[in-house]
Write a protein that binds this ligand. Structure first.
Ligand SMILES: Nc1nc2c(ncn2[C@@H]2O[C@H](COP(=O)(O)OP(=O)(O)OP(=O)(O)O)[C@@H](O)[C@H]2O)c(=O)[nH]1
Ligand SMILES: [Mg+2]
Length: 305
């Protein structure tokens, strides 16, 4: 996962170490090191604003840096880069999803899943359900994708494998009313969690985005979870930004990270949207969901290969 971004950070650390063992870093040393790093960040999908902000953090810490008289140069350099990343991402809370679920006392807990076509909403719903079922929770799904042919059957296929019930209406029905019915069904039967699967839609399609706003209003979710396809690179960030103008996004899940070596989208999403990423999708299987934490992500970027 994100090996390219990791390699950019390890090249940066090495360049700083090499320079700093020769002399105290002056402005031109720092600019030379950072311009190479900047190019790599952009190549690996870190958006321009995020790149610039990180470069500024690093610049401020690097100018005038001397070799420490005692101690390990490598670990000093790592601390410096780590502090830059922590400061860049300082106002984004780390959320443990299971803790979050544990703290919601009302029933049912309603989770709304959003995102463009093919980003991985339905698959992620199945993965999260698998996780909640293992913790003994009862889950029902709202087939609120009443639009794409085959969407309900796809959901029912997963449901049969996992043993959950799907609340559905005919294709073309109002998705908000499917969500409403699923919530009523859960209330009547004491089911813990309702997951609302919505149809994929382009962020530029105003009518469909308004429809999503209605689903949100009617279902009044405890969390709206935006599903982001890492492979879409910077386009995914633009999508996320537009979605968040229509609907308050609580959490993000980034999918297809198993096939995404670049890694920059994760950094950009955190910096630009300031919302917690709770999981990464790491494959097509139900267990291919990896808990995300900002702190672990930063540490992973600075780990030796
Ligand atoms: N490799 C990989 N594939 C994934 C991951 N998540 C989803 N997919 C695949 O991506 C494809 C689309 O996933 P769906 O869950 O159907 O996407 P969706 O957002 O529900 O799509 P629509 O219903 O068309 O809007 C499927 O083939 C999934 O198996 C992941 O984390 N890694
Ligand atoms: Mg779907």
């Amino acid at each position: 996962m994100f090996n390219k971004l990791k390699s950019a950070f390890s090249s940066l650390a090495k360049a700083i170490e090499d320079a700093v063992t020769q002399r105290e870093l002056n402005e031109s040393d720092v600019e030379e090191i950072l311009s190479e790093f900047e190019n790599q960040l952009i190549e690996y999908d870190v958006a321009l604003d995020t790149t610039e902000a990180l470069i500024n953090e690093l610049r401020g810490r690097l100018i005038g840096v001397k070799v420490p008289r005692f101690g390990d140069v490598g670990s000093h350099v790592k601390v410096l880069i780590r502090d830059s990343l922590m400061n860049l991402l300082s106002n984004i809370p780390d959320v443990d999803f299971m803790d979050f679920i544990g703290k919601v006392s009302k029933r049912p807990i309603v989770l709304l899943f959003l995102g463009p076509n093919g980003y991985g909403k339905t698959t992620t719903i199945a993965k999260l359900t698998n996780l909640l079922l293992k913790r003994g929770m009862r889950v029902v799904w709202a087939a609120a994708d009443t639009y794409r042919a085959g969407a309900v059957e796809q959901l029912e296929g997963h449901a049969a494998r996992l043993g959950v019930r799907v609340i559905k209406h005919p294709y073309g029905s109002d998705p908000a009313s499917v969500a409403y019915d699923a919530i009523e069904h859960a209330k009547a039967r004491g089911i813990d969690v309702v997951m609302v699967d919505t149809a994929g839609r382009m962020h530029t399609d105003r009518n469909l985005m308004e429809e999503l706003r209605k689903v949100h209003r009617v279902s009044s979710p405890d969390a709206s979870i935006l599903i982001v396809d890492a492979l879409m690179g910077n386009d995914a960030v633009e999508v996320a930004r537009t979605y968040s103008r229509y609907i308050p996004i609580d959490f993000i899940i980034v999918t297809k990270v198993d096939a995404y070596a670049k890694g920059g989208v994760i950094l950009t999403l955190l910096y630009e949207l300031k919302k917690p990423i709770i999981f990464l999708g790491t494959g097509q299987g139900y267990d291919d969901l990896s808990k995300f934490s900002k702190v672990n992500f930063i540490n992973a970027l600075l780990e030796a290969d």
